[in-house]
Design a protein around this ligand. Structure first.
Ligand SMILES: C[S@@+](CC[C@H](N)C(=O)[O-])C[C@H]1O[C@@H](n2cnc3c(N)ncnc32)[C@H](O)[C@@H]1O
Length: 248
């Protein structure tokens, strides 16, 4: 497979017209390989290495069943890279927040996490929308989602799914040493709260992926995080996927 084409785009009023535009561009590209279209990203003549990874693609296709999820291939491949690096370091793994558990489940399948009995993966979320929170509700949030996500990770005894508000819930259950962390909280206040508690626990060399950092809709997160990291001597790398990357 050479191309990854998804209709999952944010912020468009008419995908039909957009699709026509993409198709027009594709028609004039001399080598129509290496095209990634989705997740507000259009690029061509790229290796798209994750497409050549059968284990990644099989688990991705299995767990990413709607178009918005299917658009996340490059972002999830980035998370997998950071997670794999974490497996070479000391410590556990964290995702704040996991929502439906799609990214975390693809990762678990790829690294055969159930067999990593000396490692633990901590997943947090509110699961149901809290109207006092500043971010917009997610379409599949519900009172049942917590149970559904726990079910999704039933084959992984070393994955703990915790319901609650970050950062408060971290006082109940959280690792002492962190080898990889994925922050995806859609609001600045919660992410700074998570960083205040967890960043010092990341071991040297551990990767932090900030899912929302590069997205204009979530710009308050970048504006809060840039000075927070600068004070500690770090610059966040903005990736074309919209993610931010920091190596501790
Ligand atoms: C974009 S979704 C996460 C998607 C997930 N990381 C993935 O890759 O599949 C954002 C989630 O943040 C959660 N959230 C936002 N603020 C939170 C907080 N303070 N504590 C816990 N969860 C929070 C929401 O409930 C929502 O499910």
């Amino acid at each position: 497979m050479n191309n990854w084409l998804s209709t999952g785009f944010h912020g468009t009023q008419n995908y039909e017209i957009m699709h026509f535009g993409f198709q027009t561009v594709i028609n004039v590209i001399s080598d129509q390989r290496g095209i990634f279209c989705g997740d507000n990203l259009f690029t061509y003549n790229k290796n798209l290495s994750f497409l050549e990874d059968p284990v990644f693609m099989e688990s991705f296709q299995k767990h990413c069943t709607n178009e918005m999820d299917r658009s996340l291939a490059w972002r999830i491949a980035t998370v997998l890279w950071g997670f794999r690096r974490g497996l070479t370091l000391e410590g556990d793994f964290v995702e704040c927040a996991c929502y439906k558990g799609v990214t975390a489940r693809v990762i678990c399948d790829n690294v055969d996490f159930a067999s990593r009995t000396d490692r633990h993966y901590y997943l947090y979320d509110l699961f149901d929308h809290d109207p006092t929170m500043p971010h917009l509700p997610m379409i599949e949030q519900s009172t049942q989602l917590y149970g559904q996500v726990r079910q999704k990770f039933a084959p992984f005894p070393n994955v703990t799914v915790t319901r609650g508000r970050v950062p408060d819930v971290l006082a109940e259950v959280s690792p002492k040493k962190i080898a990889f962390m994925h922050l995806d909280l859609n609001n600045a206040e919660s992410e700074i709260g998570a960083l205040e508690v967890l960043f010092d626990r990341m071991v040297p060399g551990a990767v932090l992926v900030l899912d929302d950092y590069g997205w204009l809709d979530y710009r308050p997160q970048k504006l809060a995080e840039d000075p927070w990291f600068l004070k500690r001597g770090y610059h966040v790398l903005e990736l074309p996927t919209g993610q931010g990357l920091v190596i501790k």
